[in-house]
Write a protein that binds this ligand. Structure first.
Ligand SMILES: CCCCCCCCCCCCC[C@H](O)CC(=O)SCCNC(=O)CCNC(=O)[C@H](O)C(C)(C)COP(=O)(O)OP(=O)(O)OC[C@H]1O[C@@H](n2cnc3c(N)ncnc32)[C@H](O)[C@@H]1OP(=O)(O)O
Length: 269
């Protein structure tokens, strides 16, 4: 484990080779989001995405919340913004979450508490969500005069929990607690709070043991095929990915390892 690096709004740790843990670190404000956090999240996402030996990113929160959404103490200063200024603010935030979602390796959100408003949107930018029993989600937007069309939430939710449940969640602004979140697919699993990070690390190790190229092209296919409009277009995209992988080093290594009854040594090339 290397020494953690401390940013203004989060810490970055490397518990094991190939695994990075980003912990939002404003616990006294429920890890709420500020412009500094948006800038730092975009920067760390772009930096992590350049690391050849990175295999998985885990995103979690310090203290009792995952992320309380936009920092409401900062909201006062926004009223003086012009409409274009507000649009710039939204785009700054959207760029940060898009950078997290676009990291080429899987991102696991270890949801340790409330994910409210933009905190819900941030959790949805991860590929996988594992929660403690304290994990709870709400589309707080409508409670404070905003829309659930926020940082990708209105794109992810219908795809994740279905249009009708997404509508109920968005329009009521109610909380979805951990057990219900798991039943809806908003969480992949609910685990004891004390083992949340260990469970996320265990899943990260499973992913790390597989072909990096295969995992990364799987992520690219899963993301891209949520955008394509037809099964035929999805098949075409998949075929191109598999054809690419059959020219790589990992597949022949995997086949050789299978025949020699040994673990494969993947390079990701
Ligand atoms: C009005 C917003 C303007 C935004 C305009 C657009 C800006 C454009 C650019 C930004 C784009 C991103 C927009 C963003 O995605 C939009 C949103 O996120 S809107 C939703 C904002 N968040 C909320 O409404 C959630 C508010 N908080 C809660 O519901 C609860 O606190 C909680 C998170 C569910 C936790 O509940 P509890 O465990 O009970 O804890 P407490 O409520 O007691 O809080 C403890 C402590 O933390 C402080 N705090 C909590 N959340 C925030 C927050 N979001 N910002 C600042 N501070 C927060 C809370 O005040 C308590 O402080 P204390 O009283 O102890 O000093």
């Amino acid at each position: 484990m290397t020494e953690p690096t401390t940013w203004e709004t989060f810490t970055l740790e490397r518990p094991e080779p190939g695994i990075a843990v980003v912990t939002l670190n404003r616990p006294e404000r429920m890890n709420s989001m500020t412009n500094t956090m948006f800038v730092e999240l975009e920067k760390v996402a772009l930096l992590l995405d350049q690391e050849d030996d990175l295999r998985v990113v885990i995103l979690t929160g310090a203290g009792k919340a995952f992320c309380g959404g936009f920092d409401l103490d900062d909201a006062d200063g926004l009223s003086s913004l012009t409409p274009m200024g507000m649009l710039d603010q939204q785009e700054l935030a959207a760029r940060a979450l898009s950078a997290i979602r676009s990291i080429r390796v899987p991102v696991i959100a270890a949801v340790n508490g409330a994910a409210a408003g933009g905190g819900l949107s941030l959790s949805l930018a991860a590929d996988i969500r594992i929660g403690s029993p304290a994990a709870r989600f709400n589309a707080a937007f409508v409670r404070i005069g905003l829309s659930a069309g926020d940082l990708g939430a209105s794109w992810h939710l219908p795809r994740l929990i279905g249009p009708a449940r997404a509508a109920e969640f968005a329009y009521t602004g109610r909380f979805i607690e951990a057990v219900e979140a798991e039943s809806l697919g908003l969480l992949n699993a609910v685990v004891p709070a004390e083992s949340l990070l260990d469970e996320a690390l265990a899943m990260a190790r499973l992913i790390r043991a597989n072909s990096p190229a295969g995992v990364q092209l799987s992520k690219r296919a899963l993301h891209a095929n949520m955008e394509v409009s037809s099964y035929a277009a999805a098949l075409e995209l998949e075929n191109r990915g598999q054809a690419l992988l059959t020219r790589g080093e990992d597949m022949p290594e995997a086949l050789a390892a299978f025949k020699e009854k040994r673990s494969p040594k993947f390079t990701g090339r």
